[in-house]
Design a protein around this ligand. Structure first.
Ligand code: ADP
Ligand code: MG
Length: 143
């Protein structure tokens, strides 16, 4: 499925709708360049889960846990991960294979740890279509 947006608000709204429909145990992976809108997407998804707390990129921790929504929300940003072992140390499997909803920014950096069943999201710019244009490709994967 492909979505096209022309503002952060539109990207937020698409993610919010997904969050409203999200099922327990779903892992969303996010791929795309710096500044493309991964965190905007995460904020929308959280909002759809009923989380009102501010969602920022978890800069100093790999995962940020939000418990106030309809389902637990685990927001990963693995951009600064040095070694895959850091994921083991935080016990990532409890999150990926638990009953909450996971969203992983920079998922390609931990590809070998991703669950076979996941929802992949790719966000891309196309400057010919304007500075705020984003193409969001959603693909359900079962490996
Ligand atoms: P990332 O997490 O991918 O590094 P952020 O979500 O932190 O990126 O930042 C995305 C930036 O791009 C924000 O400043 C946002 O306002 C801007 N932006 C412009 N157009 C869009 C769009 N269509 N969708 C999402 N973000 C957009
Ligand atoms: Mg980010």
């Amino acid at each position: 499925m492909i979505y096209e947006t022309n503002s952060p608000e539109e990207t937020f709204a698409i993610a919010k709708r997904l969050g409203e429909q999200a099922q327990p145990g779903t892992v969303y992976t996010l791929t795309g360049d710096l500044g493309v809108g991964k965190t905007v997407f995460a904020q929308g998804l959280a909002s759809g889960l009923g989380i009102e707390e501010a969602i920022n990129s978890p800069t100093f921790t790999i995962v940020q846990v939000y418990d106030e929504g309809r389902l637990p929300f685990y927001h990963f940003d693995v951009y600064r991960i040095g070694d895959i072992e850091e994921m083991e140390e935080i016990g990532y499997e409890d999150y990926f294979y638990g009953d909450g909803v996971c969203l992983v920014e920079w998922a390609e950096l931990i590809e070998e740890l991703l669950p076979g069943k996941r929802v992949e999201l790719l966000i891309e710019k196309d400057l010919e279509k304007g500075f705020d244009y984003r193409r969001i490709t959603l693909q359900e994967v079962t490996e």
